[in-house]
Design a protein around this ligand. Structure first.
Ligand code: SAM
Length: 311
């Protein structure tokens, strides 16, 4: 991809709610055109969707498991879908992207462009009562879909030491997983984000470059939302959901997710005669320094793009 900047303007409202990462790069790589169909699996606050819908016109589907995001998209059509929501027939699905992808595939639907911008939105982090941030005092919730049963409170208060150690190792890559899980058990019952963060501080006293609760919160959040299972299920359905020549872009924010995407694209692409996909990004695209300053979430963002082969 050429690194020439496409000067894309976002409205004040969009950047106020959630600033989309790698927006220029997404538009450049996915190259939306008139007559194409768009599937946004993590529509959030429409930062990417609005720009892609404005360039396509054949019916888009916007998915998000968070009811607040879908509600926002429906009520802010002007900003969230570039004002094209009615004219270009946008469908909204409030469900997990694995379930949405399965439903669309079962229905035989296909798209020219698919985007998944994984992880959390700014309102998740900024809203204390969602319980995602160790810097804000809130309940131990961490559910993206507020209608689901499993919460962070249940994970930290009911999982066994072995279960906690396992998720801390696998999802948090926490070096002191065993000690951390015992400290959680000793501190039960835990009710707030501040109490949980204090456990991590006791396990990691003194100075460290990253907040000691970073890995713990990541592990619990991934468990609550089954984030890696969701990505795996969704990826396997993307070739079926793409029209020949269609492009899929996945933006990840940590190595566990990126590894899944990298491995899947490698398996499906390559020089084999029966390869279904072709990788359009040999190496992941990362944000420029300038975007790191304006949008700190962009620092860890990686974009990988693949195209469905025409034969
Ligand atoms: C990084 S934000 C996307 C922001 C969006 N691209 C924008 O520019 O406004 C990620 C969104 O994906 C949603 N999400 C994360 N995992 C999901 C899943 N498995 N199924 C459906 N939605 C998911 C979150 O609720 C969140 O709104």
């Amino acid at each position: 991809m050429s690194r020439s900047r496409l000067k894309i303007k976002t409205t004040h409202t969009q950047s106020h709610v959630h600033a989309p990462v790698l927006l220029d790069e997404v538009i450049e790589c996915l190259a939306p055109k008139k007559g194409e169909r768009y599937l946004d699996l993590t529509a959030g606050y429409g930062g990417h969707a609005g720009q892609i819908i404005a360039r396509t016109d054949a019916g888009s589907v916007l998915v998000d498991r968070d009811p607040n995001a879908i509600e926002y998209l429906r009520t802010n059509k002007e900003t969230a879908t570039a004002g094209y929501s009615d004219a270009r027939s946008v469908t909204y699905m409030q469900k997990s992207f694995a379930d949405a992808a399965q439903e669309l595939a079962d229905d035989g639907q296909q798209f020219d462009i698919i985007l998944a911008d994984l992880g959390l939105s700014s309102p998740h982090i900024d809203t204390a009562h969602r319980g995602f941030s160790f810097l804000r005092d809130g309940p131990l919730d961490m559910r993206m879909d507020t209608t689901q049963e499993l919460t962070a409170e249940q994970v930290v208060n009911t999982y066994t030491a072995d279960q906690l150690t396992d998720i801390l190792r696998r999802y948090g890559e926490e070096p002191k997983a065993k000690r951390m899980s015992q400290a959680i058990i000793d501190a039960r019952p835990l009710q707030s984000t501040t109490e949980l963060a204090a456990v991590a501080k006791r396990v990691w006293p003194g100075y460290s470059r990253t907040h000691p609760a970073t890995r713990l919160f990541q592990a619990v959040r991934i468990e609550v939302n089954d984030e890696l299972g969701q990505v795996t299920r969704m990826l396997t359905l993307t070739p079926q959901l793409l029209r020949p020549g269609g492009r899929v872009g996945i933006i990840t924010f940590h190595s566990l997710e990126d590894r899944l995407v990298k491995r899947f694209f490698k398996e499906m692409a390559g020089n084999r005669y029966d390869a279904v996909l072709q990788e359009l990004t040999k190496k992941p695209i990362t944000a420029r320094e300038q975007e790191h300053v304006t949008n700190p979430r962009a620092r860890s963002a990686k974009l990988r793009v693949a195209m469905r082969n025409t034969t």
